[in-house]
Design a protein around this ligand. Structure first.
Ligand SMILES: *Cc1c(COP(=O)(O)O)cnc(C)c1O
Length: 448
């Protein structure tokens, strides 16, 4: 076999540990305690709960929710925030946001059940998604969800059937596909005409008119969501919202009522050193395009609120060399945090111990134990020599982290912990090896 390519020097463009922490106010490096989240040393959590473990900061969740709300009210916008549950469906995370007044944007019966269990009122829930089943629609309408965002003429027929069956009338918005390029990763681009989402702008007026004549449905407005991890400025947002505003005016000119516009989510965060678009910029784009229509506005942020609120805490299993390359092998893997394998995503990786934090760094590849080369978290990353048992924290793992994890390689799902000031508690138990086997059985004809 060919020798592995030698490690390159660490990427100079990478931010230092201190630079990474500077932008994350609830994380700090203490001379004695090492890396802390709020008032809790992460090493203490690892000692009590083990690793890999997701750790969420309640203070960060609250701060970011409030920052988004403040940006909207400073722009004088009457805009409800529905947290996109798919980014982080942990019950304690949802309860933290529910207490702040957040609603929920959900995409499945499971997410609806979790949101309701977290104390989010059904009328404060928007049901999104391109393939809702009849069972899910019946359940959601029966629970009294506030709005369903429909994505096709076929789905409108299904919603009507479910609602009339239940003797209900449900508020429905049409999700339009504005055909804009949000300049993000192709796998999380959703508002281009080649994507599966929404209905084409040109088809929207006829569909809306048809909806107004469909039993069980009250046409409530229009919605869009153009993509995720949008960091390339407000251009795509503004273009989409201008198209939405034109559509609202065209529908009203036909005598159709439009009283809500759902602006979607997608605001990006700086994982490495990307420019960070602010909620104020997004609020400004909404205000200039949709601000004077006299509609109730909504938005559905997920990543922007929850991403920076979480870390994935992992331990070093061992370090090895293959030729010139140094590999740091962790007890966390792509089944836990799939974003690097799936989206070529960059996550800050910061040593937890105070001595590791200040030790000189050299280049290494950070990998998990899963039997795939794709199980690589980082290449040519500057990290100190890390002994077995040393802890590292993956930053910005609070969105699309635990939510996307799997049990690939028969690895149990990691524990989840909420930190709140000086307190912390397990908010999802680590899956046991026994639980992994539960539900599996051999066919009865194998018994003999
Ligand atoms: C995923 C999703 C969101 C949230 O996206 P973020 O990038 O996490 O803000 C909002 N709305 C819809 C319809 C989605 O599918």
């Amino acid at each position: 076999m060919a020798a592995p390519a030698p490690s390159l020097p660490p990427d100079d463009a990478d931010p230092t540990f201190a630079e990474l922490l500077a932008g994350r106010p609830d994380l700090a490096a203490h001379a004695q305690d090492g890396l802390t989240m709020e008032d809790v040393p992460l090493a203490r959590i690892a000692a009590e709960i083990g690793t890999p473990t997701w750790v969420y900061s309640a203070a960060t969740l609250r701060r970011r929710y409030r920052a988004m709300q403040a940006a909207l009210s400073e722009a004088a916008l009457d805009c409800e925030i529905h947290f996109a549950v798919k980014a982080n469906p942990n019950l304690a995370v949802l309860r933290t946001l529910a207490r702040e007044g957040a609603g929920a944007d959900i995409v499945s019966e499971g997410e609806l059940r979790t949101a309701l269990a977290a104390g989010i009122a059904p009328h404060h829930v928007v049901f999104s998604g391109v393939g809702k089943t009849m069972r899910e629609l019946r359940f959601a309408i029966g629970q009294g969800v506030g709005q369903i965002n429909a994505e096709s003429v076929e789905e409108i027929a299904m919603i009507s059937a479910a609602a009339t069956e239940l003797g209900r009338t449900v508020d429905v918005a049409i999700r339009v596909n504005p055909d804009v390029d949000p300049l993000t990763h192709a796998k999380i681009t959703t508002g281009k005409s080649e994507n599966k989402f929404g209905v084409a702008m040109a088809d929207a007026p006829a569909l809306y008119a048809r909806m107004a004549a469909t039993p069980g449905i009250r046409p409530a407005g229009i919605a869009t969501h153009i993509g995720s991890q949008i960091t390339a400025g407000m251009g795509a947002y503004a273009a989409a919202y201008r198209a939405l505003a034109d559509l609202v005016r065209a529908l009203r000119a036909q005598g159709l009522p439009v009283d809500r516009v759902d602006c979607g989510g997608g605001l990006g965060i700086p994982y490495r050193n990307e420019p960070a678009p602010s909620p104020a910029a997004l609020a400004g784009a909404i205000r200039t395009t949709l601000g004077n229509l006299g509609v109730r506005l909504m938005m559905e942020p997920g990543r922007w609120i929850a991403g920076p609120a979480g870390v994935l805490l992992a331990s070093v299993v061992l370090s090895k060399r293959n030729g010139a390359r140094r590999f740091v092998i962790l007890d966390a893997a792509m089944n836990d945090l799939v974003r690097p394998a799936m989206y070529e995503a960059w996550h800050g990786i910061v040593p937890v111990s105070p001595t590791d934090y200040v030790a000189p760094v050299s280049s290494c590849d950070v990998v998990g134990p899963v039997c795939e080369t794709g199980d690589t978290f980082a290449r040519n990353r500057g990290l100190p020599t890390l002994e077995p048992g040393s802890l590292v924290a993956f930053l910005d793992a609070g969105a699309y982290g635990a939510a996307m994890s799997s049990t690939y390689n028969a690895r149990p799902l990691a524990a989840e912990v909420l930190v709140d000031g000086a307190r912390f508690g397990v908010v999802r138990e680590r899956q046991t090896p026994e639980a992994l086997l539960a539900g599996q059985r051999l066919p009865d004809w194998y018994a003999a």
